[in-house]
Design a protein around this ligand. Structure first.
Ligand SMILES: [Mn+2]
Length: 539
């Protein structure tokens, strides 16, 4: 047993608390990466315990107000005693009266790495540790800085500041991350854990019967790898990156040329396109099972959907087991893997609409507006705007993208809350769609049958369900013009909008120019409030 756990052990009575004693050292699962865990701890005062695996223990800090994704918000992190690695799997209730009495949730976990070449123990001794996290909720660069003790004080514990680095995982609105309030190990709320109800947490640190599938390990490791790749890329420059996905037959034509309009689009051009949009696109794909439309001989020949790994693929693309009775699903967690999909002639990406790594939790709602024969594009634009207004009245901010075909998609980013499940997301989107159709029966229809759709817009809400997919923003389409599903600013959603303008050849530059959806993550709302409003409105 690690010697430095003496403090930990003297504070606790293991006859009374279900916490691990630290004698379980042998049961710790080996790992290629350092692990971290954040435990939400509803003790005398609610706090979040950050634990980083260093040596054979967890170095630990109690972050009083919880971590902030806003680099401008420094959070006090009080150094506490080292914890045993087995503690990372502890979720439950410490009895009242015992040390730290209260409920503990495994709020986040994953892998971490020091950001630099110095030994993390040395960095801590010096009072500054820069590191990167690849968790479910916390990602990217962070720093822990030790504060100078107040002169004359003899505080036993060191106070540190935990600060988010400015990177693409930084957010200016911090409330959102703390609202993502489900255990990443059991999917439970604090209330359920306190009552001892629901699923037991999956093991992450310890060898046990409930070890997560290798897919889960892989997916987290790739998330960390993504961060490393980004760093390598910065150092090495773009030419190295371009060579990263090894392409066989790079000159194979996937989109044949169109005499009048476009040149042939090759596998190489697809890889270049994916490379240019990957940092943007991956945010909407990672952590969600994704169906791939593949056209090995190009879009004019046979194509097929792939949802599960083929033999030999599982080690290259992350896979995720959602349901024990089904094959694992493909999941693309990092930009490099996304770009490498060009080698497989993947021409469309269709992710689930769940929260990343939480397949049972809705992460966005999608309304697919699909014009029937004879519907003018103006009418479609008006429909998207009307839907936006209706959602706004329910407190939901929405975003628009072209489908890459004839339609428009209205997308609503969600934050998880304690009650929202797929059934509710589906019912909610169905109700909003049905209200639109009831108010304007000559314009809208919510039935799928082609016959009733003639001259009207079909509002497809069926994407809002467990396992249902929708084409990802910036995914290319198997259409002759090589169009993509283009995210738009609402100011672009007007009469003269031409969806055919957004193609593999043009989209990257137009994306840079317009920077659409810049407040997408900030705008995420809980569906709970919206459901309340909807119910109120229908009374
Ligand atoms: Mn604590």
């Amino acid at each position: 047993m690690p010697r430095n756990l003496t403090d930990y052990r003297t504070k606790r009575n293991f006859e009374r608390t279900p916490e691990p004693s630290g004698a379980e050292g042998r049961n710790i699962a080996p790992s290629d990466h350092l692990r971290f865990v954040v435990q939400k701890h509803d003790a005398r005062r609610l706090h979040y315990d950050l634990r980083l695996e260093i040596g054979d223990v967890f170095k630990s800090w109690a972050v009083t107000r919880g971590p902030s994704l806003d680099p401008a918000e420094k959070r006090l992190a009080v150094e506490v005693e080292d914890h045993p690695l087995a503690y990372g799997d502890f979720e439950g209730t410490i009895p009242p009266g015992e040390y730290g009495g209260g409920t503990v949730m495994i709020w986040d976990r994953g892998f971490w790495a020091p950001d630099g070449h110095d030994d993390p123990a040395d960095c801590l001794a010096k009072g500054e540790l820069k590191f990167v996290l690849a968790g479910h909720k916390l990602r990217g660069g962070w720093v822990l800085v030790r504060m100078k003790p107040k002169s004359g004080s003899n505080e036993k514990r060191s106070n540190w500041l935990l600060i988010k680095h400015r990177d693409r995982w930084a957010r200016s609105n911090n409330r959102k991350v703390l609202q993502g309030d489900l255990s990443v190990a059991s999917g439970r709320t604090m209330a359920k854990i306190a009552k001892g109800e629901g699923a037991q947490p999956d093991a992450f640190m310890t060898k046990g019967e409930k070890l997560p599938s290798s897919g889960k390990w892989n997916e987290q490791a790739t998330a960390l790898e993504r961060r490393r790749t980004a760093r390598v890329r910065r150092d090495a420059g773009p030419s190295t990156t371009a060579r990263m996905p090894k392409l066989s037959t790079p000159t194979r034509v996937l989109w044949p040329p169109r005499e009048d309009k476009t040149a042939a689009i090759t596998k190489r051009a697809l890889a270049d396109y994916l490379l240019s949009v990957a940092p943007w696109m991956i945010e909407h794909i990672y952590g969600r099972p994704t169906s791939l439309l593949r056209a090995p001989e190009g879009i004019s020949k046979e194509s097929f959907f792939q949802r599960h790994p083929l033999p030999g693929q599982a080690d290259k693309i992350a896979t995720v087991v959602v349901d024990k009775d089904h094959d694992p699903y493909l999941q693309i967690n990092d930009a490099q893997t996304l770009v490498s999909m060009a080698q497989l002639s993947v021409i469309e990406f269709h992710p689930w609409n769940c929260m990343p790594f939480q397949p049972y939790v809705p992460g966005r709602m999608i309304f697919d507006l699909d014009p029937g024969a004879g519907v003018a594009f103006d009418a479609l634009v008006e429909a998207a705007k009307e839907l936006r207004g209706r959602l706004e009245a329910l407190n939901l901010t929405s975003f628009c993208k072209t489908s890459g075909g004839k339609g428009l998609h209205v997308v609503v980013p969600l934050t998880p809350d304690e009650t929202t499940n797929w059934e509710q997301a589906k019912l909610f989107s169905q109700t909003v769609s049905a209200q639109m159709a009831a108010d304007s029966p000559t314009r809208f229809v919510t039935k799928m049958s082609k016959a009733v759709r003639k001259g009207r817009i079909f509002i497809d809400y069926l994407r809002n369900d467990f396992t249902a997919t929708a084409v990802a923003p910036l995914s290319p389409r198997a259409s002759p013009l090589a169009t993509v599903s283009m995210p738009l600013n609402w100011t672009q959603v007007r009469k003269d909008l031409d969806p055919a303008r957004f193609t593999i050849s043009t989209a990257a530059a137009l994306l840079k120019q317009a920077s659409p959806w810049s407040d997408y993550h900030e705008a995420a709302q809980s569906l709970k409030v919206a459901i309340g409003k909807l119910v109120e409105g229908s009374k």
